[in-house]
Write a protein that binds this ligand. Sequence first.
Ligand code: ZN
Length: 439
Amino acid sequence: MQEVDIIIKNGLVITIDSNSTIYSKGHLVIDKGVIVEITDDESVLTNYQSKKSIDASSKLIMPGFVNTHTHTGNTIYRGFADDMPLKKWLEEYIFPVESKFCTVETVRLSAQLSIIEMLKGGTTCFSDMYYFEDEVAKVCDEIGMRAELGETLLDFPSPTAPNSDVAIDYTEELITNWNAHELVTIAITPHAPYTCNDDTLVKSKKLAEKYDVPYHMHVSESKYEVQQSLEKHNATPVKHLDDLGLWKDGDFAVHCVHLTEEDRELLKEKGIAVAHNPRSNMKLSSGIAPIQDLINRGILCGMGTDGTASNNNLNMIKEMDTAAMLSKVHTMDPTSLDAKTMVQMGTINGASLLGLDDKIGSLEKGKSADVIIIDLNQAQLIPMYDPYSHIVYSMNGSEVETTIVNGNILMENRQLNTINEEKILTEVKILQEKIKKEF
Ligand SMILES: [Zn+2]
């Protein structure tokens, strides 16, 4: 009999594999961070003895959510400035408060708070774009969270660096320090074509090519950004980046709200994926990204929450629900972005965007054990005819009972094992008072 770390048994298993396999009474065997068995054949379990056994009767077992775009360092500004357009929000509120309060210490605290919220909502991997990302990497390492981290590159001074050259050097150091890590990968992330000049964009792309790491940025988020690009470069942001020779298969663009026909064809032709953040786009009145149209063209789309300063949460279930509803109204087609498509976007497609689909995003033998267990015995989830429907339209995130990343149980029965939740929440409240006094 083989000794293994964890056996989860008797649960409704949604695998999100290529056949969309579902086991109504399935079992998962996990050892050394990897799924070694996934089956509904109970006799297989007799081959194993586990240190930890979880009975998942009346529970749903599925891969954790992959949040493809957020800014964990600004979660401490949740609700700081609401109900205004992107330009005003960024220039008059977010950039000034960040310039005063964004330090290594506040980024650490904000990342800790973000990861608590994510783990409690079933997210097991996130893609980050902020400052002092080395500190975020340390926090991920301490908690055991999976992430793809990118230092924001800007033409003006950032909290981390006085200019983009220093920020690019900082990013190179991040790659050297972290890319061999089991859970942390580094991406190259210029903020956007309107905050980075051509030189910064080209230099940062060269760095991405040198180390063969992912490359992504905000693109065509607002009408204003597109207008500005047309005036300055006589091209849309998507076209401008292509004119610079920057798009490469596997890169992804965040937002893509305002796209011309030519932009859409370019994204398809170059193999560029899209991170969809509908709640942030709605809240800032940026517009509606044409996701169903992009999917129809064969463009890979994943889900992101964006930062809590513009959402105001990191809840992937809410995000999937919003994306589905918004698309149905946008296209006036109720079949648009159906529940199963949304769950795929929130899991395996997100993993593909981050180049991690060989490792995570679905429950399959040989993949990393990034698993969530959801309590189905709750009024809002009864009755249940279709689990995909419930995940997108009926859950709110609080039903997630257990969250496992890389075979480590980070949350069990809603108790976090690798971070002191109460202590972090108290520290954030103290910081909030300081921010309030200054603004
Ligand atoms: Zn963003």
